[in-house]
Every structure is written in C-alpha cells, then in structure tokens.
Design a protein around this ligand. Structure first.
Ligand SMILES: Nc1ncnc2c1ncn2[C@@H]1O[C@H](COP(=O)(O)OP(=O)(O)OP(=O)(O)O)[C@@H](O)[C@H]1O
Ligand SMILES: [Mg+2]
Length: 215
C-alpha cells in the first residue's frame, strides 16, 4: 500500500544544511500496523510528511497504492490524500473556528458515525467545544477521529498518544488497530512502549534510514 524507496531530504536551514533523511526505504502492506521509533530529530516526522505528499524529497520514490507521488502535481497529491490518506499530525492542526464535531467531520465521515467515534474516545460531552477550549490530549483525539472518519487506506500518525494518559492512549491504540483490522496500512511515529507492543512491525530511524527491529 505504501512504498518508500531511497528517500533523501536535506533541509536548507538558516545556519546551514540539515540532512534529515539519507536513503530511507520501507514497504507497508494493507492491514499492517508499523511503529517508527528513533531519537528526536532523527527524521520520523519528515518521513511521514513525505509519505503524505506534503513535502517533496530531494531523491527517492513514493508510491501510495498504485500511484507514484513524484509524477503528481500539488493538486493531484491533494486529491490522493483526500481519497486514501488519513493523517494525524504531531500538532493537531484543528480549525480554530469549528467545534469538535465539525472539525472531526472534515475527514469526510458521516456526522452520526463521527459523533459515535468521538463518544467512544471520551469526547461525547465536548462536541460543541472549539479547539481553544480543549486540552492538548483532547485536540489530539479529535484529530485522530478526523483522520480515520473517511476510512482511509493509508493512515499516517505522528505521536498520536503523546499527550494522553494510559486509558486514553489505549483507546487511541484500539482505534488505530481497528483501522488496520479494517484493511488500512498504518504507519505511526512514536516512542510509546504500549504502542510498540501493539504493533505488527517495529522500525527505528537511524542515520537517516528506517531499520527493521526484531521482536
Ligand atoms: N523546515 C526545516 N528546516 C530546517 N531543518 C528542519 C526543518 N524541518 C525539520 N528539520 C530538521 O530535520 C531533522 C528531522 O526532523 P523531524 O521533525 O523529522 O524529526 P523527528 O524524528 O520527527 O523528531 P521528534 O521525535 O522530535 O518529533 C531535525 O534535525 C530538524 O531540526
Ligand atoms: Mg516528529
């Protein structure tokens, strides 16, 4: 479902170049939940942004399903994201002027299903709150419901349990596992040991590349 091959990315920072990725490759099949660990600054978020077509690599191939992202323009990549990719950003990026329910519906799910998903994740009494009236962990859960609501075939989640207590983290992991059970390929950047324990595959970013870890 997702193929990344030989991905390189160097940022031209103000104080000189920063090499974030140097030939990162990974292949992820439908129904598989993979967790990507690695030190802060090792390139996890960069890799997820590139897989989502939000950032262009300097070199390498990105394929989502049968589509080659390198051959698509800005609007083609946006259309592909709408059709098949659900993204949970490291910062939730909710729309400040929409309430919780409306924010979660942006992902394309039906309002009833979205309401049910929000209740299932402990936000049933926050539907009319705006993001500014929510805690960081609540924002993160809304972002997760938004990402999964349209039943995407590829889910990219950046530290989805970072601001959560163990009970809510388990709910979030349950939703991500359910997405994989429903046939989605799920790639998660995370340090959370509970998430690692729930993963089918474990990878670690090192020296700009993703390395498979044994169980
Ligand atoms: N726009 C940018 N300009 C310059 N350097 C950048 C930019 N974005 C990221 N970097 C650098 O690229 C490297 C990889 O960043 P990235 O955000 O992918 O790390 P990460 O593994 O997700 O870290 P964390 O665990 O802290 O979220 C870092 O050293 C970072 O400082
Ligand atoms: Mg990151």
């Amino acid at each position: 479902m997702l193929l990344l091959a030989g991905i390189a990315k160097t940022f031209r920072g103000r104080t000189g170049p920063v090499r974030a990725l140097a030939g990162a490759s990974l292949e992820l099949t439908s129904g598989c939940l993979a967790v990507l660990a690695g030190a802060s600054g090792s390139g996890k978020s960069t890799l997820l942004h590139i897989a989502a077509g939000l950032l262009r690599p300097d070199a390498g191939t990105i394929r989502v399903d049968t589509r080659d992202l390198g051959s698509l323009g800005e609007s083609g990549r946006a259309a592909l994201r709408r059709q098949m990719i659900g993204i949970v950003f490291q910062r939730a990026h909710l729309l400040p002027y929409l309430d919780v329910l409306a924010n979660a519906c942006v992902g394309g799910g039906g309002a009833d299903a979205v309401r049910q998903a929000l209740s299932g994740i402990g936000l049933g009494d926050r539907l009319r709150h705006r993001p500014g009236e929510l805690s960081a962990g609540e924002c993160q859960r809304v972002a997760l419901v938004r990402a999964l609501a349209g039943a995407p075939r590829l889910v990219l989640a950046d530290e989805p349990t970072a601001n959560l207590d163990p009970d809510n983290a388990r709910l979030v992991i349950g939703m991500l596992r359910a997405a994989a059970a429903g046939g989605a390929a799920v790639l998660i950047a995370s340090h959370d040991p509970t998430l690692h324990a729930a993963a089918d595959r474990r990878l670690r970013m090192r020296d700009g590349a993703a390395h498979e870890e044994s169980r």
